[in-house]
Every structure is written in structure tokens, then in C-alpha cells.
Design a protein around this ligand. Structure first.
Ligand code: SF4
Length: 544
């Protein structure tokens, strides 16, 4: 393919591991979707390619990749996150068998380029900062190479409009947009700040509103997720955007219901909470990690200390948004009663959907560097399992300070306690009494996939699928419908999430039992000594 020709690019979004907290497969099925989230990174890269290049997208989480797809392509572009590593490597292999050129990018390749050495090209870091070099090289006839973007330099105001037209909207529970990259905090285990930096960079207000215009013009209605690492990382900029976003929603009859990820200090700012409510935010993901202040200080998550976390969460409920939260088991400083402490906190805070995982030393983080120095990091710590699940089962890729068995038993204890049907229903009941949706927009947008099934019908289907939850779930539903009808739709949506969370938590517990048994009979593990040199190219935020 010479420079004078157009190029046919097949973008392939690799499969996530099958057993993951985040796939909500049963809830997707209930709503008629195939996967929760669409591949925003790849469609952003698609927008950076020369206009004469032809582009197709295959999302392996929602559709099959055929030999004909590969035969069509001059080049395959792929890559993703750690839970997609196994499928990405399988795709490289497949492309080589089909004699297709394969280009790898994305966060995992950026963090661990050595794992992807079989690819023809590695395009590392934020794509906007490097893709032009790759295109120039390709058009000059080069067919191998590694290109790295300089760290944290990309001006996201120049990021192009993602190619939303490549998505089949009806296949996803929600569509993502990105307003900012980076986070000002310093959590030890986090790779976001290594990939995207600590100075949040935001898009211009007209730019992000144009993305919403585009989604609207393409006919999309419903749940839009701001995939930002921390939406409130640059509060000043966000407070300039929100009034315009509110106007946009009013003008478009609240076409989108919004969710995002934010640090818990969002609760300190009444004005911000009110603006988020007015902009039709209904859900926030917050990293709590641990209720133990000492553990929070040790992991450098200082924004979660010096506050009453439960009051902060309830304040967010008072602003009409429910909270899903992340918790982690396996920190050095945690106490023997950690299982009970976390489960108790989750109960008191009334967080129905709690992502409780095992600590995972992600490639190129402060945590990984410290563990390597201490000689505690396992060999192949950056190689994802080819089968099985995410950090819920494969975490603790290092020597724990407490005996591994004790940590795993505590982890099981949390899952066993919080995902009993009665416990989940109890948290829904308390959430229903705290969630003030009185000033929030009430109905789903017309055309939203979630409106296809009526609320009563949904409850019926949920309790039919989960007979063990029938009684407590009906009780929550009837009480909520009577006492807080504005919150009913959201509470029923969270009931649907239990279709995945209940059985998933039980599978994780079974897997942890197997891991405990295996640990009892395993020979001593080899750890990385001396510390790795981390001679990777500079780590860059990646749009893939
Ligand atoms: S608040 Fe979240 S994104 Fe920011 S450093 Fe901590 S874990 Fe990372």
C-alpha cells in the first residue's frame, strides 16, 4: 500500500475478561443491550486518521470478528486496558496468521510495551500527541516501529470529535464522552496519574457540547457517562461548563442522563452538587478504598481522610445522585478486622453497588515501584491471566504483609455479607429513603433503551430470575413506590444490577476458595529482585 492510496483500517476493540465486576451481563440482557460501555478511545483515534482512509470498527464484546473483516483490512488497530490484555495478544497472533499489519496502542501497551513486542507497530501514550508521526511513517512505507507521545503534553482542546457514527448505540447500556484527563491526587496504587498526569486538562465548553450535539443528531438518547478520571479534578473549569450543560439539557428536553467518576470532596461543594443535579447527573462512582483512616493515609488518599465519609455520601444522595464505590482489600496497613469494617461501612453508607476488589499492583505505579524495591512484587506481575477474571480474583500480585490466606478470608467475608439478597435489598431500602430526587428530572429520555421495559415489568422479570430475592425486592419496590416515587426508577435499575452482582459475587467467592486451597499446597513464589528498572518509554495517557 503506497502513500498515494487510501488505507483500510480495521479498529478492533478486544474482549474484556469474561468474569468481571463491570460487565453487568445479566442486566444488559434484561435491557436488550450487549455490553455496558462503547469503545470511546478507538472511535477517538478513528477521528485522527486521514480522511481518505476507510475505517471500520469491530467490538469483540458485542460482535464476532470474521476472516472477511481481516481480509478487508490493510491494517488492524487495537489495544485496551489490562483486563483486555489476553484478547489483545490473541488478536496480534491472529493478525500475524492472516498476514495483517497490527498497530497496538492504549493504556496497557503504554504501561507495558514489552508485552506487545509481537505487534508491528506500538503507538504509545495519548494518541493526539503521536498519531501524526505514525501516519507519516506509514505513508513513507515503514511497516514496523514504536512511537511514543511526550508525557502530559496533549492539549485536549485539539482532540477531535470522536467518530460516534461508528457505534451501534442500541448495543450499549451507555455511551461515553470525555471532558478531562488527569487527576490532582496522589493515590499510591493509581495508574491514572502516571498515564495522564496530575494537572487535569479539560476540553473547551463548546467542544464538549458539540460532542453532545453530535450524539443527539445521530439519534442517541439516554445514559451518557463522562469517563473522566475525576470530573471535579479542575472544579473551576467544570463550574464554567455546568451552566452551559444545564442550558443544553433544558434545550434538548433532558435527552441525556449523566454519570461520572469523582473524588469524594464533591460533597464539600453545595453549589457544585446543585449544578450537577440540574445538569441531570444521577450516578457517581467514588473511590472510597478503605474506611480505615490509617490505611487511607498510607495509600496517600488524603482527600478521603479528615471527613465523615458516610455523611459525605449521604449528602450526595441528598443532591439526587446515587453513589457506586470502589473498595480494596490487601493494603499493608489494614487490620485483622478489615472484612467486618468494610462490610459495616458499606451497610451504613447504603451503597448498593460496591466494587470490592483485591489490591493489584498495576504496572508503573508508585505502589509497584515500592513493592519492587521491597522485593515483594511477583514475577510476571504485569501479565494478565488468560482465563478467569479481573482484580476481584486475580489481585494481590505481590507478597502481602498479612498471611495471604487471612487477606483472602477477609475479602470473602465482605462479599458474603454485602451480596446476600436481604443485605442488598436493605441497602436499597435505606438508599430509597435518602435519595432526594424531588428536584431532579424524573423520567428517562424518550428513545432511551432503558424505557423499553416498564418499571413493574422490570421488577417482575428481576424477581422471576432471582427467586431468592423475591420477597425483599418486592418489599423495597412497594415501599419506595409509596414513600419516594421519584426514586423508584433508579432503585429498580439498581435491583437489575443485582442480577449480575449476586451470582458474580458467589462465583468470586468460589474462585477465592480455590485460590486459598492452591496457596496451601503451592511452592514458595518467586518475587522480582532486584527491582525492575522500568525502562519503558515515557508513560502517556492514551485515548485508546
Ligand atoms: S482520586 Fe482516583 S484518579 Fe485520582 S489519584 Fe486517586 S485513584 Fe487515581
Amino acid at each position: 500500500m503506497g502513500p498515494e492510496h487510501a488505507c483500510r483500517v480495521l479498529l478492533i476493540y478486544p474482549r474484556f475478561v469474561s468474569e468481571t465486576f463491570w460487565n453487568f451481563s445479566e442486566a444488559c440482557e434484561l435491557m436488550g443491550a450487549r455490553y455496558p460501555a462503547a469503545p470511546l478511545g478507538l472511535i477517538t483515534v478513528a477521528a485522527m486518521l486521514p480522511s481518505q482512509w476507510e475505517v471500520r470498527l469491530v467490538d469483540r464484546n458485542t460482535e464476532d470478528l470474521t476472516d472477511a473483516d481481516l481480509a478487508w483490512a490493510d491494517m488492524v488497530m487495537t489495544g485496551g486496558m489490562l483486563p483486555q490484555q489476553a484478547d489483545t495478544l490473541a488478536l496480534i497472533d491472529l493478525c500475524r496468521r492472516h498476514e495483517r499489519i497490527v498497530v497496538i496502542g492504549g493504556p496497557d501497551a503504554t504501561s507495558s510495551p514489552h508485552i506487545y513486542k509481537q505487534a508491528d507497530f506500538r503507538v504509545l501514550g495519548e494518541a493526539e500527541g503521536v498519531i501524526h508521526e505514525f501516519i507519516t511513517a506509514w505513508e513513507a512505507g515503514e511497516r514496523t516501529g514504536t512511537f511514543s507521545a511526550p508525557k502530559f503534553q496533549v492539549d485536549v482542546t485539539t482532540s477531535p470529535m470522536p467518530r460516534f457514527d461508528l457505534l451501534k448505540f442500541e448495543r450499549y447500556l451507555y455511551i461515553g464522552v470525555q471532558y478531562s484527563r488527569g487527576c490532582p491526587f496522589t493515590c499510591e496504587f493509581c495508574d491514572i496519574i502516571e498515564l495522564y498526569g496530575r494537572l487535569p486538562r479539560t476540553k473547551a465548553t463548546p467542544q464538549i457540547l458539540a460532542e453532545l450535539d453530535r450524539l443527539f443528531a445521530l439519534g442517541y438518547r439516554g445514559h451518557v457517562d463522562f469517563v473522566d478520571d475525576n470530573l471535579i479534578g479542575n472544579k473551576k473549569a467544570l463550574k464554567q461548563l455546568l451552566p452551559r450543560l444545564i442550558e443544553w439539557q433544558q434545550k434538548h428536553d433532558y435527552a441525556f442522563e449523566l454519570s461520572t467518576e469523582a473524588s469524594v470532596n464533591v460533597a464539600d461543594d453545595d453549589e457544585l452538587l446543585q449544578m450537577m443535579r440540574d445538569a441531570n447527573f444521577f450516578a457517581l462512582f467514588i473511590g472510597i478504598e478503605s474506611p480505615d483512616p490509617e490505611t487511607l493515609v498510607a495509600m496517600s488518599k488524603k482527600q478521603n481522610t479528615r471527613r465523615n465519609l458516610i455523611e459525605s455520601i449521604h449528602k450526595i444522595y441528598g443532591a439526587g445522585m446515587f453513589v457506586t464505590a470502589g473498595f480494596i482489600v490487601g493494603f499493608d496497613s489494614e487490620k485483622t478486622e478489615v472484612g467486618d469494617t468494610i462490610a459495616h461501612f458499606i451497610e451504613l453508607s447504603a451503597i448498593p453497588v460496591a466494587m470490592v476488589g483485591l489490591l493489584y499492583a498495576l504496572p508503573n505505579t508508585q505502589l509497584t515501584r515500592r513493592l519492587a524495591k521491597e522485593g515483594r512484587l511477583h514475577a510476571n506481575h504485569d501479565i494478565a491471566a488468560t482465563t478467569g477474571g479481573d482484580q476481584c480474583t486475580t489481585g494481590l500480585n505481590f507478597d502481602t504483609l498479612r498471611p495471604l490466606r487471612a487477606v483472602l478470608e477477609d475479602y470473602k467475608r465482605v462479599l458474603n455479607m454485602i451480596y446476600q439478597p436481604a443485605a442488598y435489598a436493605g441497602r436499597l431500602q435505606r438508599l430509597a429513603s435518602l435519595l432526594d430526587r424531588s428536584g431532579s428530572h424524573r423520567s428517562v429520555p424518550t428513545g432511551d433503551l432503558r424505557g423499553r421495559v416498564g418499571t413493574m415489568e422490570l421488577v417482575h422479570r428481576i424477581v422471576t430470575a432471582l427467586p431468592e430475592a423475591r420477597e425483599p425486592f418486592w418489599r423495597v419496590f412497594t415501599t419506595c413506590a409509596r414513600e419516594n416515587p421519584n426514586a423508584t426508577r433508579i432503585i429498580v435499575g439498581l435491583m437489575a444490577m443485582y442480577l449480575h452482582l449476586g451470582p458474580f459475587s458467589r462465583r468470586v467467592v468460589a474462585e477465592i476458595d480455590r485460590r486459598i486451597d492452591a496457596d496451601l499446597t503451592a511452592p514458595p513464589r518467586i518475587s522480582v529482585r532486584p527491582p525492575p528498572t522500568f525502562a519503558c518509554p515515557p508513560q502517556r495517557p492514551s485515548a485508546v
